[in-house]
Design a protein around this ligand. Structure first.
Ligand SMILES: Nc1ncnc2c1ncn2[C@@H]1O[C@H](COP(=O)(O)OP(=O)(O)OP(=O)(O)O)[C@@H](O)[C@H]1O
Ligand SMILES: [Mg+2]
Length: 314
């Protein structure tokens, strides 16, 4: 994940937008709801925001925001029809909040070409805004993982159902492994050697934490560079659609499992209740947060956003 400020060619520091990505392996866990609601909360707090619908193929962020679409879509940018990324960010009915829509896009995120992904990743920083929120699709395609890893903060939405929890671990494992592609060639070779050694010893691949311990014993410097790479990820769990008091404990238990199996720390941003008015607001094509600003859910979303903004300002 990147530092807070980009240095312009003049040598002067120019601020670039903070990028938050919302991911998670499973479909229907609230990624789009959280992206659009966090976008609204930031806009309400006086920030300029662009939310980007990267769920190409299944894009529906515009619906969560209560609009039918925008003049241009992400495809127009990826295909070169529109060259300035700022032009594809269309206005919404909410002040300071713009949307890069994937509506009616025929592209699929897993199939966009390398140069298209690279162009988008590079130019997100050129969006004239304070915050960029990336709403990712379900699944663990390399492209989805790369957008997630690129963000300053990676938020993982999980619901209390066992399938979602299982998918969360799968997603996180894929994120960690993908992140390690950035380690130097030599380090990767050493990782291969340790893996081969483990296999020869008749051991299973085991947990990432076990593996890191092995590497630490055999090649401390390699272990340090792997840890450094993993530590640049700023990951946070959000437990969504909470219905029972005990559901709120899921965040802490995922944190513990991550530290045991992946040997890495992951933040727990907080939980959001299930609120049946979310569906009502969708049916009425009105954004939830501005329609029910005093609801417990809306207040919790404001709180999560304030807490993450405070981490950015540290
Ligand atoms: N806290 C909540 N309370 C009530 N309904 C919610 C809540 N969060 C999400 N929903 C609803 O659950 C459904 C799934 O949410 P959403 O579309 O945001 O999930 P998603 O993770 O983006 O799914 P996909 O992977 O298919 O894109 C939507 O109808 C959404 O409005
Ligand atoms: Mg979605």
């Amino acid at each position: 994940m990147m530092g807070n400020n980009a240095v312009a060619q003049t040598g002067a520091e120019v601020s670039r937008p903070r990028i938050w990505a919302i991911g998670g392996g499973k479909g229907g866990v609230g990624k789009s709801f959280i992206s659009s609601s966090m976008g609204q909360a930031l806009a309400k707090a006086g920030k300029r925001v662009v939310v980007v619908d990267l769920d190409l193929g299944g894009a529906n962020l515009h619906t969560s925001l209560g609009i039918r679409g925008t003049e241009f879509t992400l495809s127009d940018y990826l295909n070169g029809k529109v060259t300035d990324i700022n032009r594809v960010a269309g206005v919404t009915d909410i002040d300071r909040l713009r949307l890069i829509s994937g509506a009616s896009d025929t592209l699929n995120i897993a199939n966009i070409k390398y140069f298209q992904k690279a162009k988008l990743l590079r130019n997100l920083a050129h969006l004239d805004t304070d915050y960029v929120i990336l709403d990712l699709g379900a699944g663990t395609s390399f492209n989805t993982l790369d957008f997630f890893i690129h963000a300053d903060h990676g938020l993982v939405s999980v619901t209390p159902d066992p399938g979602s929890v299982e998918n969360t671990y799968r997603f996180l494992k894929c994120v960690f492994i993908r992140q390690l592609r950035a380690v130097p060639e030599q380090t990767r070779e050493m990782i291969q050697q340790v893996l081969m050694h483990r296999r020869k010893g008749g051991r299973k691949a085991g947990s990432l934490a076990d593996f890191l311990e092995d590497i630490t014993r055999q090649k401390p410097s390699v272990a340090a560079s792997i840890r450094q790479e993993l530590d640049t990820l700023k990951l946070h769990i959000i437990v969504n659609q909470v219905m029972e008091p005990e559901d709120t404990e899921l965040g802490r238990s995922i944190q513990m499992v991550c530290s045991r199996y992946f040997g890495t720390k992951i933040g727990y941003l907080g939980f959001l209740h299930h609120d049946r008015m979310v569906l009502k607001s969708l049916q009425q094509r009105r954004p939830f947060l501005s329609t029910f600003p005093q609801s417990r859910l809306a207040i919790h979303i404001d709180t999560l956003v304030a807490s993450l903004m405070a981490q950015d300002d540290d």
